[in-house]
Structure formats: structure tokens, C-alpha cells
Design a protein around this ligand. Structure first.
Ligand code: RP5
Length: 172
């Protein structure tokens, strides 16, 4: 499976198919921006359940602290991971089927009581938010990430100011 030494990676990014990669790359970009190490791989709840369960069961001993899991269609991948770990699981519904992600949204979010999956928006925004939430979770014990998150918020506001300035045509 290509796992690295314990402690090398804090976040595990998992997706159901190679076709999910363009969406999941949004999560990678954010983690790269914050300098957070992650592992990334494919597995499927339905096509490779044994691989998925092994991945979840061995995560803690590899040093992972949070999962980011994306899948489309009947998206049971995040739920299967959540059933096999005590680590927090953030789910991303992917809009890969003819139902455009509404299927994966409901499959990901509607977990039975007792087995949470923190479900994000469908698609790229969800992948981006999943990574930010992972940073926020890690920041609870890594103070330098708190400062980095404050800087991130400031840059978001600054980008709005800049765009507002570019399109401004008001009289005041
Ligand atoms: C899901 O089915 C995957 O997560 C993907 O979003 C979707 C389609 O997979 P492929 O047929 O492209 O492999 O399991």
C-alpha cells in the first residue's frame, strides 16, 4: 500500500477512484500551502473493501491524525473508514455520477448515530474546506498552524477587498 514511516504523515487523503483526483487535488493544494504532510491513495468501499478496511485499521499506527475521504455515486467510502477508526473522518461528496453529487452527498452525510463523518460541500469547494478543517483540527495541538490559519483568513478578506476595488463603480 506504500505507507510511510510512523509520524511522517498527519493526514490521510483517500478517494474511491482515480477519476476523483481532480477534485481531491484541491485538498492537496491547501495542505501543501500549510506545509502539512499527507499520504494519498485510492481505495473503494465496494470494489476493494479489504484494502479500505486495512487502510483504516493501520492508520493510527502510521501516525495519521485525520482522514479526508472523497467518493462519488453511492459514496460509502468515508463511512466505511469511520467504522474502522477512532480518528476524525472528513467526507467529500464527489459529483461524478449522473445525479451530480446529490447521491454522494446523501450517502456521505447520512451516517447512523454513533459513527460521524464530517461532510463537506459537493466537489472542489468541499475538498478545499475538508483540508482547511483538517488544518483546524491539527491546530488544536500545533500552535504554528493557528497563526497560519489567521493569516489565511486575512488573505481571504484581502482578496475580496482587491476584487471589490477592481470592479468598483460607485459614487462614494
Ligand atoms: C465512485 O464511483 C468513485 O469515487 C467515483 O467517484 C465514481 C466513479 O468511479 P470510476 O467509474 O470513474 O472508477 O466509487
Amino acid at each position: 500500500m506504500g505507507e510511510k514511516e510512523r509520524g511522517e504523515h498527519l493526514v490521510g487523503i483517500l478517494m474511491g477512484s482515480e477519476s476523483d483526483l481532480p477534485v481531491m487535488e484541491e485538498a492537496q493544494k491547501i495542505l501543501d500551502q500549510f506545509g502539512i504532510s499527507y499520504e494519498i491513495t485510492l481505495s473503494s468501499a465496494h470494489r476493494s473493501p479489504d484494502r479500505t478496511i486495512h487502510y483504516a485499521k493501520t492508520a493510527e499506527e502510521r501516525g495519521l491524525e485525520v482522514f479526508i475521504v472523497g467518493a462519488g455515486a453511492a459514496a460509502h467510502l468515508a463511512g466505511l473508514i469511520a467504522s474502522e477508526t477512532i480518528l476524525p473522518v472528513i467526507g467529500i461528496p464527489i459529483d461524478s455520477s449522473p445525479l451530480k453529487g446529490m447521491d454522494s452527498l446523501l450517502s456521505t452525510v447520512q451516517m447512523p448515530g454513533g459513527v460521524p463523518v464530517a461532510t463537506m460541500a459537493i466537489g472542489r469547494a468541499g475538498a478545499r474546506n475538508a483540508a482547511i478543517l483538517a488544518v483546524q483540527i491539527l491546530a488544536l495541538k500545533l500552535p504554528h498552524l493557528k497563526e497560519a490559519l489567521k493569516g489565511y483568513k486575512e488573505r481571504l478578506a484581502q482578496q475580496v477587498e482587491e476584487k471589490a476595488g477592481e470592479i468598483w463603480k460607485g459614487s462614494i
